[in-house]
Design a protein around this ligand. Structure first.
Ligand code: SF4
Length: 158
């Protein structure tokens, strides 16, 4: 029985990113060999259009580059994502790093200048508060069978 993991849809190749593109990551896609993946885009689940202006967290709020407060969309998206995680029994989520929704550990600082600060996206924070482990795409080695976790080296079946 494969474990079911929540994944940021943009990492799988869905064009749900703010600019209408994706952040396809072949290592994340390769997790399909060992896991059931449930794709989610919290910003779309929260009712935002694609494309949309980029947004960044400012404290507890989320502000887009046009200066609009879009916090309510982000909170709704986080709640819908948590709901799906619970429906599918996910204990882990692989989420896109640095996003104001999906980022964990480091996010942009709210000035749209590319500067990063410690913090979590709205969805990443809610999932963690509810006991779901959030892993960024650069940290998925621990999920791959055959990976040498001491060194982080990934061994792939070819
Ligand atoms: Fe990707 Fe998450 Fe942004 Fe959606 S909200 S585009 S899944 S990083």
């Amino acid at each position: 029985q494969k474990e079911t993991i929540l994944v940021s849809a943009c990492l799988l190749g869905a064009n749900c990113r703010y600019d209408g593109n994706n952040g396809k990551n072949e290592d994340v896609l390769a997790l399909l060999d060992q896991y059931h993946l449930v794709p989610v885009c919290p910003e779309q689940l929260g009712g935002m259009q694609t494309p949309r202006p980029p947004a960044e967290r400012r404290g507890e709020s989320v502000i887009n580059q046009s200066g609009q407060d879009v916090t309510a969309f982000f909170v709704k998206g986080a709640e819908e994502t948590l709901k799906l995680a619970e429906i599918y029994g996910c204990k882990k989520a692989v989420l896109k790093e640095r996003s104001p929704s999906c980022g964990r550990g480091m996010i942009y600082d709210g000035t749209f200048s590319g500067k990063k600060i410690p913090g979590n996206g709205v969805t990443a924070a809610l999932l963690e508060e509810n006991g779901i482990e959030v892993i960024g795409e650069s940290g998925i080695h621990s999920l791959i069978n055959g990976a040498d976790n001491e060194t982080g080296t990934v061994r792939r079946n070819s």
